[in-house]
Design a protein around this ligand. Sequence first.
Ligand SMILES: Cc1[nH+]cc(COP(=O)(O)O)c(CN[C@@H](CCC(=O)O)C(=O)O)c1O
Length: 399
Amino acid sequence: SSWWKSVEPAPKDPILGVTEAFLADPSPDKVNVGVGAYRDDNGKPVVLDCVREAERRIAGSSFMEYLPMGGSVKMVEETLKLAYGENSELIKDKRIAAVQSLSGTGACRLFADFQKRFHPDSQIYIPVPTWANHHNIWRDAHVPQRTYHYYHPETKGLDFAGLMDDIKNAPNGSFFLLHACAHNPTGVDPSEEQWKEISYQFKVKGHFPFFDMAYQGFASGDPERDAKAIRIFLEDGHLFGIAQSYAKNMGLYGQRVGCLSVLCEDEKQAVAVKSQLQQLARPMYSNPPLHGALIVSTILGDADLKNLWLKEVKVMADRIIGMRTALQENLEKLRSPLSWEHITNQIGMFCYSGMTPEQVDRLTNEFHIYLTRNGRISMAGVTTGNVGYLANAIHEVTK
Ligand SMILES: Cc1[nH+]cc(COP(=O)(O)O)c(CN[C@@H](CCC(=O)O)C(=O)O)c1O
């Protein structure tokens, strides 16, 4: 009998499916503001100069041996400094269990499986809205999901009151997924003051924070500044987990380079936790890819290359910030009846426009503009060449 006749076609991925549709569109006017992947002002993908230089230094010089299950120790070490601080005592005290992951997705999934294995009855509180794949990740890890208020549709800002209520009403010791900076898809982040109140409440409730930090450096252009939430939680003495990624801030998308870290009480606990993270990795993919890790450790391990990277990540962030201003100004010039202040109030890769799925469908069907149906605009896809066309189309479907 046919083994797989009961297999149904999977639904299109809400984000990656948009890229497929864009690529299939023959129109010369098509614009892709769907997937969160950086493009320069000519709409082209970018390989950073620091990455090309690192590849030159690596070329032909490295073996192709297996990495350990925990990945490149050097890359992990440099990556922890970005999140926890250059001179973190926690790194020196070896209190952080950390492994190289298959980029940010892999870090989230490894953590979700670790949470399930060692807290089998736990659930996870996920913000509304969030990156679509978060739901898939904790679903496949068989961790039940709850939601918490995050975005305020009327103000197109943070629903801080709703968020704090949900933190207070969740059972003590709940797991919460937090976006460390540049919230996807809303582009709305808590202020420093709000992060301090969130941190305080997490202490009172004994909650476990899991930070997904996929855009460090991409929000403000300064990785130190974008780690502010993490540093506040460190100052307050929390134990927590972090998923880090070099997909966007170093442009290593397809290299799949990231890191999962879990801050522990002491070195002994960190050794035990790391060994269990490796136990989860072994049957999943055994050990992570080599090349991207070599690029990252070459860049972050060399002062000049690291400084070049810091300059280049700021250039990317600044271009996006400039496109926010341009899009808002173009819409205001068209005398749009709506307020578009949120375009420049929001931060990071995405603008949560507030457009309805039907308006998004019109943008795609009538104007060949591709974005996710939740109205999220990947600002990295906006250029000086298409911002006028994009503003006009948005005006047409929202006036
Ligand atoms: C919050 C968040 N967390 C993790 C990831 C995973 O990134 P990676 O390091 O490549 O595994 C992404 C990428 N999300 C953008 C890229 C496409 C995707 O969905 O994946 C996006 O939302 O467009 C995120 O936006």
